[in-house]
Design a protein around this ligand. Structure first.
Ligand SMILES: Cc1ncc(COP(=O)(O)O)c(C=O)c1O
Length: 429
């Protein structure tokens, strides 16, 4: 089986001469020719060679209503005709902030940015400004964007990563400004280690509430409750990085789904259904440090009118059609997960399928995955081969084995995907 890729290959040849590495984000590098998308609609992508894909990447998560949902397309067009950029206040930013506050349990005040990395940056600065402390505690395997202070220990080489119960901060790139003196790295799902590693210089603990950058790992029962309690006892703020989980696991994000209230949260991806918006939200008394200018926060494109129009349309649908949207995401997510697990059982392949449902992960392992070290022990090279085999069969997952669902995926899509998955699995040696 081999797709026709002549037009894609020709573009890639040119791209490698024009774009560093042939792509615009390191996350889009892949073995072989990357996807050159011509158009997208609903649950599908079409590439420049005319191949069709059922899409479970969804722009790395944002397209929660599928590609080109009519409500968002109409809102973007209408706003663009009234003005693309103002760098001034407008009614839509107020409406989006009000809706976000009504949907997200911990949100009392909001500030908008453009991308997730910026919102994380704002959250960490605010936490340091409010507490007067310098350190941040992050968990091994968690990704909080590509800015220097947090690009540590995302997927570190195990030789450099130190002991599992007291991981060393491992830099993520050449050229990184040193931040390890202000960073504590802890293993996830390990309260005992967290209690040991937290000290009175830690301004904030930042966590993905469901770890979606190293699999799709739910917190162990009681873990996040314990983190909340330890933060309170230590005077550290708790920041939920809900860039992936926000508006995906529930209208109020993982904090609603899991029933834990952070002090600050950051949102992005799904909140504008595919346009670039991020948000920092939190308790009023904390956000007041931004309100009165003690902590700086800025950005030319913040509350960009076209992106805000998309956020307004996306949040309206997610809020007003919540039963239908989230019911469908969980039901179809479960059907895919069960279908994949059954296909693997029949094929005698050790495959773990785990995660909340609206996002989930496939791993080649016969064990459990509770943290980064477990994830590192899975057969990741084989997952990349499965990714290639799925593309050949018209299914696009995130290469590391992550699957995002949208409200546009249908029961027929699920059935077709399970059949393609079984066939792809059987094709692997
Ligand atoms: C949990 C999490 N935080 C932050 C980011 C950074 O967001 P962005 O790529 O929009 O800067 C990402 C991106 O994937 C993410 O998954």
């Amino acid at each position: 089986m081999s797709r026709k890729l002549s037009a894609s290959s020709a573009l890639y040849d040119n791209a490698r001469r024009a774009l560093a590495g042939g792509v615009s984000s390191d996350a889009r590098r892949m073995a072989g020719v990357p996807l050159y998308v011509e158009r997208a609609a609903g649950s599908r992508l079409w590439d420049v060679d005319g191949n069709t894909y059922l899409d479970y990447v969804l722009g790395q998560g944002p397209a929660i209503l599928g590609h080109c949902p009519p409500e968002i397309v109409a809102a973007i067009s209408a706003q663009a005709a009234r003005g693309i950029v103002y760098s001034a206040q407008h009614a839509t930013e107020v409406a989006v902030a009000e809706r976000l506050i009504s949907m997200v349990p911990s949100a009392e005040r909001v500030r908008f940015n453009t991308v997730g990395s910026e919102a994380v940056h704002a959250a960490l600065r605010l936490a340091r400004g409010v507490t007067g402390r310098t350190k941040i505690l992050k968990f091994e395997g968690h990704y909080h964007g590509w800015f220097d202070p947090v690009l540590y220990s995302v997927h570190p080489a195990l030789e450099a990563a130190g002991p599992a119960d007291a991981p060393l901060p491992v830099s993520g790139t050449a050229g990184q400004q040193r931040g390890d003196q202000d960073l504590v790295v802890a293993p996830w799902n390990d309260l005992e280690a967290l209690g040991r590693l937290l000290d009175d210089q830690v301004a904030a603990v930042i966590t993905e509430p469901v770890l979606c950058n190293t699999g799709a790992i739910l917190p162990d029962p009681g873990f996040l409750e314990g983190v909340r309690e330890l933060c309170d006892r230590n005077g550290s703020l708790l920041i939920f990085d809900e860039i992936i989980t926000g508006f995906r696991l529930a209208p109020g994000g993982a904090q609603e789904h899991l029933g834990i209230t952070p002090d600050l949260s950051v949102f992005g991806k799904a909140m504008a259904g595919g346009m670039q918006v991020s948000a920092l939200a939190g308790r009023a008394e904390i956000m007041d440090h931004i309100s009165d200018g003690r902590v700086a926060h800025a950005g030319t494109f913040n509350s960009h009118p076209v992106a805000m129009a998309a956020a307004d349309a996306a949040l309206r649908v997610l809020d007003e059609q919540r039963e239908e949207v989230y019911g469908g995401l969980y039901r179809r997510g479960r059907a895919l997960m069960d279908g994949f697990a059954e296909a693997a059982r029949k094929a005698g392949v050790p495959l773990l399928v785990d995660g909340p449902g609206p996002v989930f992960q496939t791993y080649f392992t016969d064990g459990q995955v509770r943290d980064y070290r477990d994830f590192a022990a899975t057969d990741r090279a084989r997952m990349l081969r499965l990714h290639a085999a799925l593309l050949e069969r018209g299914v696009n997952m995130v290469p590391r084995g992550l699957w995002f669902l949208s409200a546009a995926h249908t029961d027929d899509d699920v059935a077709d995907t399970v059949a393609a998955f079984a066939d792809a699995l059987a094709s692997l040696d």
